[in-house]
Design a protein around this ligand. Sequence first.
Ligand SMILES: C[S@@+](CC[C@H](N)C(=O)[O-])C[C@H]1O[C@@H](n2cnc3c(N)ncnc32)[C@H](O)[C@@H]1O
Length: 450
Amino acid sequence: MFNKNQMIEIKINDLGENGEGIGKLDNFTVFVHGAIIGDHVNAKIIKVKKQYAIAKVVDFITPSIYRIVPECNYLQCGGCQTQMIDYKGQLEYKKYLVDNTMKRIGGFENLLIHDVIGMDEPFAYRNKSQYPVRYVDGQIHIGFYKQRTHDVVDINHCLVQHPQVNRLMKTLITKLKETKISVYNEESHKGYLRHIVTRISFKTRDIMLIFVTNGHKDDLVIENLSKEIQSDYPEVKSIIQNINSDVGNRVMGFENRTILGEDKIIDYIKDLSFEISPLSFLQVNPIQTEKLYDTALSLLDITPEDTVMDLYCGIGTISLFLAKHAKKVIGVEIVDVAIEDAKRNALRNNITNTEFLVGKAEEVIPNLYKQGVTADMVVVDPPRKGLEPEVIETLLQMAPKSIVYVSCKVSTLARDLKLFSEKYTVEEVIPLDMFPHTTHVECVVMLERR
Ligand SMILES: C[S@@+](CC[C@H](N)C(=O)[O-])C[C@H]1O[C@@H](n2cnc3c(N)ncnc32)[C@H](O)[C@@H]1O
């Protein structure tokens, strides 16, 4: 057994969810902060639990062949976790993670796992950023959270954000720090400015800037700042105040007020246009989203006779993308404003063969099936917790000829695929890198009815 402060020598052969190295000593798992796959290190134990210990690197005996010096200067920031691994190594790791999880949780021994579809240029890929604003030692800090904390690292240039957003944020942060604006305190739940959120269209380069505030105390300050920003940055087409007075971690509230310009911006996926309002869900990496949707479409091979269901459809992006190839697409989503967006987006793109239903997929799908509604093909794109058992049971009864499962969490994907394998052959898994420099991996899986 290990003791706190004990020095150990360990080889790292896996990565944890937060990018920490994982190794084994005497069959006991040790999570090592500061280490990556392939490192051989001396480390100091900082915590011992029943099942595992946590350590941090003291020095490197042999560094991993994947180790590089990160391009980012903000090493404390928790936004990215794997910038110290070269990009090719990150993609190889993600493929290994998918393969290993499919075997361990799904019991799939000989599944075809493709190479991860990566980015040619894995920086400047985000179309949305959320900067918390806090006081640290009497100074305003605006940036991102340190890993596993709510301490804000002061940042004014982030390599995964769009360059136009970096330029805007640099000016805005300087201007904000010159004001006496009141800043939110999570403990006392007092103070005004909580977050700055930006959204940008990579096609039009239009930006939406959102001030998230606790109440209205300093509205005049953000109104004056907004005028300055809009005259210096004409690409900022929409400036919004979002009011969030709730205690808790949710970034945005439900009430919006347009300070200047439009109340939405327009974004594009391929030739389809979408209205983006402050609360609309949109995949954050537009370059990889197009590849993701193309992959789903090419797997499905839809004909004009096919009815397709798009479960967990958000603002209807996949539904509208598939609609021109199908007889009809039925989208289902739990968030009512997203369904309103989806209906409006169908109209603005002159698409008339879609139907959007609001509700929990686990309730809507069994009800539709009871009424005799079925589909030839189904796309599911659930949140990280995966599919509810009722959805899987109903799809097994409905038995569409093919199902495409889009997943952002490989462990729940493997669990669900095992249940589908009663009636479906899992043809192939195509992993895609939606979030370079993090441990997240997106997967597209094709299921064919036997
Ligand atoms: C990963 S997103 C996919 C969104 C969309 N397919 C896209 O590509 O933009 C998952 C979506 O599932 C929705 N959702 C979460 N739980 C749900 C449920 N029980 N039933 C239906 N939709 C749900 C979320 O609101 C979110 O829009």
